[in-house]
Each structure stands twice: as structure tokens, then as C-alpha cells.
Ligand binder design. Structure first.
Ligand code: HEM
Length: 168
């Protein structure tokens, strides 16, 4: 049976003496697959939510259309993007914990993590803009949201090239 053992820190099985790093290395492909699944869900929301904002700018405050957009935006953030972003971080950091050499092996992981931190910052800006729409206090134009919609695309391209090609 797998369980945490408070006495000896990260040992997770008294019988096998398997520590957390060994466990993650033995199941690395599963962790990497779960990482990619969470990232796909997160990216779907990061691409879709700014599109909702683009069309929400056309809906009159208090109108049925505007109220519908508010529900869609809240559910997308709360039930898909939030959990997916947390899962992406957990599985990503788990792989880094299992294989910390990736941080000193070359610059690709540093460039990737910088782009991921910017992506997480963009996620938080979307949360702020959603709250403004929810209070009928949106401050930005349709054109503004069309432009910011390009940010996750550019960051995603950088991240995936760094993660797959590992060019330097
Ligand atoms: C949220 C924080 C993130 C962390 C800490 C993180 C960390 C990692 C680590 C350590 C690996 C394993 C690399 C290897 O074994 O070679 C990995 C793989 C990968 N990551 Fe992330 N990542 C994060 C977010 C993202 C995001 C946002 C994307 C896409 C937009 C992404 C795309 C990928 C891909 C495609 C792989 C697989 C590469 C391959 O198997 O060749 N990651 N990530």
C-alpha cells in the first residue's frame, strides 16, 4: 500500500523504500501525459475567454446576452481554466522535482518557465477583466481584446518549441 510516512519525509512505501523521486521517475511518462492533458485544457480556455470578451463588448450592460456571457466566462474560469492551470503546475513541478537536472542542463527550461510565468500572469489579467465585465464596468474595446488574444498563442509557440526541441 502506498502512503506518506511522516517520520522519514518523502518515503512513500515502507515495504519498497520507494521515495517520491523514485516513484515519479518510475511513472514519469504518466506524469508527462497528465501534464500535457492539463495544459491542453488550460490553453483551450486561454484562447476562448478573450474571444468571449470580444463579443461581450458588443452586448449592452444588463441585457440578456450580457448576463449569458457573464455565466459562460465565470464557469470557464472556475471549472476549466482554474483547475487545469493548477494541474499543469503540479505535474510540471513534479517532473522538475523528479529530474532537477533539467534546470541546469541548458537554457530551454528557463525560457520555458519564463513564458509559463507570463502565461500565468495573463490568466490573472483575464480574471481581473472578467470581474470588470461581471460588474458592468468593462474598460476595454473589442479591438483591445482581439489584440490580447494573440498573447497566449505567441507564448504557447515559445513554450512548446522549448519543451519539445530543447534547442539550447
Ligand atoms: C505550468 C508550469 C509548467 C511547468 C513547471 C512545466 C514543466 C515541464 C517539465 C519539467 C517537462 C518535462 C520535460 C522533459 O522531460 O523533457 C514538461 C514537458 C512538457 N511541457 Fe511543460 N511545464 C509547464 C507548463 C506548460 C505549458 C503551459 C505548456 C504548453 C503551452 C507546456 C508544454 C509541455 C510539453 C508539450 C511537454 C512535453 C515535451 C515532450 O514530451 O517532448 N508546459 N513541462
Amino acid at each position: 500500500m502506498l502512503r506518506a510516512n511522516a517520520d522519514s519525509g518523502s518515503v512513500i512505501s515502507k515495504e519498497s523504500g520507494l521515495n517520491m523521486q523514485d516513484f515519479l521517475l518510475q511513472n514519469y511518462e504518466w506524469v508527462r501525459a497528465l501534464h500535457i492533458i492539463s495544459v491542453i485544457a488550460w490553453m483551450a480556455g486561454l484562447f476562448y475567454l478573450p474571444r468571449l470578451f470580444v463579443y461581450h463588448t458588443r452586448a449592452a450592460a444588463g441585457s440578456e446576452m450580457s448576463e449569458t456571457f457573464k455565466v459562460m466566462e465565470l464557469k470557464l474560469l472556475r471549472y476549466i481554466m482554474g483547475p487545469a492551470s493548477i494541474a499543469s503546475w503540479i505535474f510540471g513541478l513534479a517532473m522538475l522535482y523528479a529530474n532537477p537536472g533539467m534546470l541546469s542542463g541548458g537554457g530551454w527550461m528557463h525560457v520555458k518557465l519564463t513564458a509559463v510565468v507570463l502565461m500565468t500572469g495573463f490568466h490573472h489579467m483575464l480574471m481581473i477583466w472578467r470581474k470588470q465585465f461581471a460588474k458592468d464596468e468593462n474598460k476595454h474595446s473589442e479591438k483591445f481584446y482581439r489584440w490580447v488574444n494573440e498573447a497566449p498563442t505567441v507564448l504557447m509557440i515559445i513554450i512548446v518549441i522549448m519543451a519539445v526541441v530543447q534547442p539550447f
